[in-house]
Ligand binder design. Structure first.
Ligand SMILES: NC(=O)c1ccc[n+]([C@@H]2O[C@H](COP(=O)([O-])OP(=O)(O)OC[C@H]3O[C@@H](n4cnc5c(N)ncnc54)[C@H](O)[C@@H]3O)[C@@H](O)[C@H]2O)c1
Length: 277
């Protein structure tokens, strides 16, 4: 590095840092785990899909990077405690926590029973707070927490109101944590994804189409193409790396421009639409 420069081409790397990724078997979690490992991190991964998780672990081992996995439901606090203890025992500390696991079923608010609501709160909020509480004590100063929220943390979520509210709660908590953990130089940021087809995203989209709801989300983002889970993984790498050393309490919108678009959307056939006016 030239004298006086803060960054060079190695600043994006996570060499020998220890990173936890929740929900790492598929989608954004899987892409994040693979990218972090390629950038030198030691990985600790959990998911309830044991078979798919084993596939990711094998890919990471093939890269020559250490990996520890646990098959668990992130809503089970005791299983999470055991996982974090195992990570600390194996790697001694944690540098990065990516709270990625999350999801929803599709149902209007009035059709969502208290039991379903409690499950969505646990799935999208309480497990995040539990992971933070358990991991921060074993995190090195200067660490990074990255929380996956959603575009729905910033707009209405018809047919998944509890999910949207819990993602908004994580956004809010991330800002508070950025302040409370700032003295230890632990940074806390959110990624608000949209339009990156993955297992969960496709299922939710299909369920919405099948139920013919009153509202549908915008389909084609302003950029004119859909993203992939690797787009959010790239944002997570930036937020985990030294390149973002002065960024905390903020949100990266990885959505092809959908958040900026607000109510605007890109019609698939703009000419035909104008003919109808
Ligand atoms: N893909 C998108 O465009 C998009 C949009 C908005 C928000 N998100 C958010 O990004 C995150 C990742 O989304 P994705 O699209 O990759 O989802 P996905 O459904 O493709 O993958 C989620 C992974 O997490 C695991 N998981 C979910 N709940 C779990 C639980 N209770 N215990 C253990 N493992 C669990 C699943 O088994 C799966 O492997 C989620 O928090 C989601 O809400 C994604």
């Amino acid at each position: 590095m030239a004298e006086g420069d803060l960054f060079d081409e190695r600043s994006i790397l996570l060499t020998d840092r220890v990173a936890i990724v929740t929900g790492a078997a598929q989608g954004i979690g899987r892409a994040t785990a693979r990218l972090f490992a390629r950038c030198g991190a030691s990985m600790a991964l959990c998911d309830r899909e044991a078979g798919l998780l084993a596939e990711v672990a094998a890919e990471i081992e093939a890269l020559g990077r250490p990996v520890l996995t646990a098959e668990l439901d992130v809503r089970d606090p005791e299983a999470v405690d055991r996982f974090v203890e195992a990570v600390a025992a194996r790697f001694e500390h944690v540098d990065v926590l990516v709270n990625n696991a999350g999801g929803t079923f599709v149902a209007p608010f009035l059709d969502t029973a208290p039991k379903g609501e409690a499950s969505l709160v646990a799935e999208n909020f309480t497990q995040v707070t539990h992971f933070v509480r358990r991991v921060v004590p074993v995190m090195r100063d200067g660490g990074s927490i990255v929380n996956l929220t959603s575009i729905e943390a910033h707009q209405a979520g018809p047919s998944f109101g509890i999910y949207a509210a819990m993602k908004a709660a994580v956004e809010s908590l991330s800002k508070t944590l950025a302040l409370e953990l700032g003295a230890r130089r632990i940074r806390v940021n959110s990624i608000a994804p949209d339009a990156q087809p993955s297992g969960g995203e496709k299922e939710a989209r299909q369920a919405m189409l099948d139920q013919a709801p009153e509202y549908l989300p915008a389909f084609l983002p302003p950029l004119g193409y859909f993203g992939t889970p690797e787009d959010s993984a790239a944002a997570a790498l930036f937020l985990a790396s030294d390149l973002s050393r002065f960024i905390t309490g903020t949100t990266l919108h990885v959505d092809g421009g959908n958040r900026a678009a607000g109510g605007w959307h890109r019609p698939v056939d703009a000419d035909a639409m104008h003919d109808d006016l």
